[in-house]
Design a protein. Structure first.
Length: 125
């Protein structure tokens, strides 16, 4: 299973967030969720198969920890999605500058006394 399939489930995403703050036992992780320990174990198995979590046995307990390297594919996809927009080409700015100048000139011409606007026609009539 790939990382994207593994993080599709909200419980598994929560487990990853929790393991991001440090290793934990299954019993501790199960206490933080409204699901059974066997269900948490199944989620951890999926995360382990995806390379996102690693488990180690310490005596009678099994502790799980986040494998940050497993998130590389997700991180690179997010980087591609969040890539900055390409810069605006200079010729596009030249066109914008020309249009602003033209509009400014047209407005100045319309506001001069003696120009033929709606007000000027009323005075002449």
């Amino acid at each position: 299973m790939d990382a994207f399939e593994a993080i599709a489930d909200p419980v598994r995403r929560d487990l990853l967030v929790r393991l991001g703050s440090g290793p934990a036992r299954v019993v501790d992780l199960a206490a933080e969720h409204p699901i059974s320990r066997p269900a948490v174990s199944r989620h951890l198995r999926v995360l382990t198969e995806a390379g996102l979590v690693a488990g180690a046995t310490h005596g009678r307990e099994r502790r799980y920890r986040l494998e940050r390297a497993g998130l590389a594919a997700v991180r690179s996809w997010l980087d591609a999605v969040e890539a900055p927009a390409p810069p605006v080409p200079e010729r596009a700015l030249d066109g914008l500058d020309l249009e602003v100048r033209r509009t400014s000139r047209d407005r100045r011409g319309a506001s001069r006394p003696g120009s033929r606007g709606a007000e000027g026609e009323e005075e002449a009539g």
